[in-house]
Write a protein that binds this ligand. Structure first.
Ligand SMILES: NC(=O)c1ccc[n+]([C@@H]2O[C@H](COP(=O)([O-])OP(=O)(O)OC[C@H]3O[C@@H](n4cnc5c(N)ncnc54)[C@H](O)[C@@H]3O)[C@@H](O)[C@H]2O)c1
Length: 395
C-alpha cells in the first residue's frame, strides 16, 4: 500500500478547465519558462513591486492539471503553438518535462457525447478528479480556473458544462476563477451554493484586448465631457476561440461583456454594435478595430479609430498565473465570496466595483496591501468547509 503524500504548505494546484487549449498551454509553458529564467515575467502584474510582500505562492510552487474533452498531448499542443509563433520556437523542448508533467494530470472531463450520467454524478466525478489531484500532489490547495471554449448563454434549467465544473470546484472545496464569458458559477441554480461555500471566486471573461482599451478610453471621453455618439467594433480572430465564437450564441455571451464596459464608463449606451468574425488563417492573432464617433464643443463631429493587434494567448496566460496566485492567497487567508477587487482582470467583474481601468488598478493594489496585512493562517490546508447544497460537501 503506498503512503499518502505529505501536504506541502507551499505547493498550490492550478486546475485548468480546457487544459489542452491555447491559453492553458501557454500558461503552463510560460510558468515553466519564467521559473527557469528563460523569459522575464512580462505581462504578469503580480511580479511587480506592489505584490512583493503579499504572500502570493511563488511560480515554482504552482502545479498544473485539469480537465479537457480532447486528448491531444500538451507537448504536441505546445509545438503547434510554437509553429504558429505563439510560443518561442525552442520553448516546447526547453520545458518539455513540465509540459509532460501537466499532461499526466489532465483528466477527461464532460459531459461527453452520449453521456448518460446525471448532473450530480457528473459533478461528483469532476470533483473527485480535483480532489485526487490535490491529494496526489500533496497540495495545500487547488484553484480551479475555467479556460474552456466559450458556451452559448444557457437556456432552461439544466446546468451547462461550465456550471457543472463550477459546482465541482465548490464541492471539492476549491476557489474558482471564470476567465470565460460562460455561465460557470453565475448560473442562478448555483447562487446559494456559491454564497454559502465560504470560498473566494472571481470572473468573468478576461479583459485582454479590445475591452482593456475600452476601459481606458471610455473614462477619458466621460472625464473630458466629450459626447460619444456611437462606438462600433469588429474583431477578427482564428484559433479555437475564433471557431467557438463563430456560433452567434457564444459571440453574444462575449459581446455582452464588451458592451457593458461602455455603458458603465460612459454612463449611457452609445449607438453601435460589436462583431466577432472567425478568420481561421489568423490563428491566435486578433485584430480588434474600434470606431468611436464623438461630438466636441459646439457639436463639432470627430472620430477616433483604434486598431489592436494582439496574440490572444500571450495576453491571457500571464493573467491566468496572476489570478491563480491571487485567489490562492485569498483562500489561504480565509477570504470568501466574490473578489470584486480583481475587476481589473475582467470584462464583466463579479461584485461591486469601478469599471474604469485606472480605478480598478487602484483597487487591485489595495487588495495586495490587504493580503499583506492579513494574518497568516493557522496551518496548511485549512480552507473553509463547504456546506451541503447543489455543490454538496467538501470531502
Ligand atoms: N485573450 C484571450 O485569449 C482570452 C480573453 C478572454 C477570454 N478568453 C477565453 O478563454 C477561453 C479559452 O481560449 P483559448 O484560446 O484557449 O481556446 P481554445 O479553443 O484553444 O481552448 C479551449 C479548450 O477548451 C476545451 N473544452 C471545450 N469544451 C470543454 C468541456 N466541456 N470540458 C473541458 N474542456 C473543454 C477544448 O477542447 C479546448 O482544448 C475561451 O472561452 C476564450 O473566450 C480568452
Amino acid at each position: 500500500m503506498s503512503a499518502e503524500p505529505s501536504v506541502s504548505p507551499s505547493r498550490v494546484g492550478v486546475w485548468l478547465i480546457g487544459a489542452r487549449g491555447s491559453v492553458a498551454t501557454t500558461a503552463v509553458a510560460g510558468c515553466a519558462a519564467v521559473t527557469a529564467g528563460l523569459h522575464p515575467p512580462t505581462g504578469m502584474v503580480t511580479e511587480t513591486g506592489a505584490f512583493h510582500r503579499a504572500g502570493l505562492p511563488s511560480l515554482p510552487s504552482l502545479v498544473f492539471g485539469g480537465h479537457d474533452v480532447v486528448d491531444c498531448p500538451l507537448p504536441k499542443r505546445a509545438e503547434s503553438l510554437a509553429a504558429g509563433g505563439v510560443l518561442p520556437h525552442d520553448l516546447p523542448s526547453a520545458v518539455a518535462a513540465e509540459l509532460a508533467a501537466a499532461d499526466r494530470e489532465i483528466s477527461i472531463g464532460g459531459p461527453l457525447p452520449g453521456d448518460t450520467r446525471t448532473e450530480d454524478e457528473l459533478i461528483e466525478a469532476l470533483a473527485q478528479d480535483i480532489r485526487d489531484f490535490t491529494r496526489r500532489g500533496g497540495l495545500a490547495r487547488t484553484v480551479v480556473v475555467n479556460v474552456a471554449s466559450t458556451e452559448p448563454v444557457p437556456e432552461g434549467d439544466a446546468l451547462p458544462a461550465s456550471s457543472l465544473y463550477a459546482a465541482a470546484a465548490l464541492r471539492a472545496g476549491c476557489p474558482y476563477v471564470n476567465f470565460t464569458p460562460s455561465a460557470g458559477l453565475h448560473h442562478p441554480r448555483l447562487a446559494p451554493a456559491a454564497a454559502s461555500s465560504g470560498l473566494p471566486y472571481a470572473g468573468r471573461d478576461g479583459k485582454t484586448g479590445q475591452t482593456l482599451l475600452r476601459s481606458v478610453l471610455g473614462p477619458m471621453f466621460a472625464q473630458r465631457a466629450l459626447a460619444v455618439r456611437a462606438w462600433s467594433g469588429t474583431n477578427l480572430l482564428g484559433g479555437g476561440d475564433g471557431a467557438a465564437l463563430a456560433d452567434p450564441a457564444a459571440a453574444a455571451a462575449k459581446n455582452a461583456g464588451k458592451e457593458r464596459v461602455l455603458a458603465d464608463t460612459l454612463g449611457t449606451v452609445p449607438e453601435g454594435e460589436t462583431h466577432i468574425d472567425d478568420v481561421p488563417s489568423l490563428g491566435d492573432w486578433k485584430t480588434a478595430w474600434d470606431h468611436i464617433a464623438f461630438d466636441g464643443f459646439l457639436g463639432t463631429r470627430m472620430v477616433l479609430q483604434t486598431t489592436w493587434q494582439g496574440c490572444d494567448s500571450s495576453l491571457a496566460a500571464p493573467l491566468i498565473l496572476d489570478l491563480a496566485r491571487l485567489v490562492a492567497r485569498a483562500h489561504e487567508l480565509g477570504l470568501s465570496g466574490p473578489l470584486a477587487e480583481l475587476g481589473f482582470y475582467f470584462k464583466d467583474p463579479v461584485g461591486e466595483g469601478p469599471a474604469a481601468l485606472g480605478e480598478q488598478y487602484a483597487h487591485l493594489i489595495g487588495f495586495a496591501e490587504r493580503l499583506r496585512q492579513l494574518a497568516p493562517p493557522p496551518g496548511p490546508g485549512t480552507g473553509p468547509a463547504v456546506p451541503e447544497g447543489v455543490a454538496g460537501e467538501h470531502r
